[in-house]
Ligand binder design. Sequence first.
Ligand SMILES: Cc1cc2nc3c(=O)[nH]c(=O)nc-3n(C[C@H](O)[C@H](O)[C@H](O)COP(=O)(O)OP(=O)(O)OC[C@H]3O[C@@H](n4cnc5c(N)ncnc54)[C@H](O)[C@@H]3O)c2cc1C
Length: 410
Amino acid sequence: MSKCDVAIIGAGPYGLSASAHLRTLKGLDVQTFGEAMSFWSRNMPIGMFLRSGWAASHIADPNQSLTLDAYRESSSDYFSSPVPLERFIEYGLWYQRQTVPGLDQRKIIRIEHDAMGFQRFPEEGEAVLARHVVIAVGIGSFAWRPPEFAILPNSLATHTSVHREFRQFAGKQVIVIGSGQSALESAALLHEDGAEVEIIARSSQIRWLGGVVSRAIHSGLGPRISKLLYAPTDVGPAVISQVVARPDMVRRFPRPIQNWLRSRSIRPAGARWLIERLRNVPIRLGRTITSAVPAGGRIGVRLDNGNVKTVDHVLLATGYKVDVSTFEFFSPKLAQSIRTFHGYPRLTDGFETSVPRLHILGAPAVWSFGPLMQFVVGTHYSSRSLLRYMGGKAAADRIRVDDQLVAELG
Ligand SMILES: Cc1cc2nc3c(=O)[nH]c(=O)nc-3n(C[C@H](O)[C@H](O)[C@H](O)COP(=O)(O)OP(=O)(O)OC[C@H]3O[C@@H](n4cnc5c(N)ncnc54)[C@H](O)[C@@H]3O)c2cc1C
């Protein structure tokens, strides 16, 4: 069995950034596992653009030098905002090569916990013992499929995260469910790939980011006022943006205020540059699908107004529901030991769960640290917070792996 002080599981923006920061702590043995940027390269559609703006899409690094600007300068292809998905994946891989060259691309299939540390089992090879484990595996395993579609085969209904491209739907009738960025952009891509697509959404309106008020503030009131109202983190509407940019402050608000800030900041919304691309796509608002059944190789759906439609496929842009107890790599005992609220772990300083020395970063941290954690820009806060925690004097004594235990466990 090999050992390390800190094991980071996940090599997306959060895991890579955490790893880059912790490596600055002298003598700390950090190992990072996972396929770099795999959620972005396997579960998002070719042709997608980032919804977050340029300033909010840098992955945090300790010297603030591995920015999108630095990557663009080093690359032969010019790009700007909105950032194309493929350029962002390349940026993440460039960042990984410089900060985590020894990345272990293996998947971790089991994590067990005892008094002295965590044993992690990669899909192949020997177990690894670590005193601290940092989980940064993203939201991929939380893709939400509404119950009406639970038993339907993937040939009839799929979650958006299944698709890398939509060319197979050319000439087919497709319903897209949802009104967020993923629904709207998938519908645009389907339409451009030759599908006959319709969007059905529960909400009564589509919210377009950067609306009249926001644009008036940005252009009419000048950059200084705009900066006062909007933080560069680019999450949330005017004023709220400034509050949620400060997770330390958000944590201290009473729970109902935290919940309100979250719901105001991460409501379904679409980037304004999609409006033109969706001009010829019908959007049916204020409707839900109450049932869905196979219909001779197609799928029949009933809407809440009683209307029935039969199409070739339903694309579920229904988002993600965090529940960390469902991580399949947790032993059942470990999963039960983590204190949660509606599936979200209750985290303290250093993103530590109620299981000492087990940390969780990224979207599951939204309940404890606010909406920033759902976006790449949250790495600026989470990595620094983790670094502070691990670098703390008291922590320095705690994080060393117990050599005797390693010897005993063989
Ligand atoms: C369609 C879509 C568009 C988005 N657009 C934006 C945007 O424009 N801007 C923005 O800020 N955010 C966007 N997001 C949110 C985005 O997913 C997160 O900001 C970001 O991916 C969070 O990074 P992460 O490191 O937590 O997770 P991920 O990027 O999902 O990385 C998780 C990593 O964990 C690894 N992993 C998983 N399981 C294991 C295991 N068992 N063992 C080892 N490794 C494992 C994976 O290989 C991967 O490397 C978007 C999300 C979606 C679905």
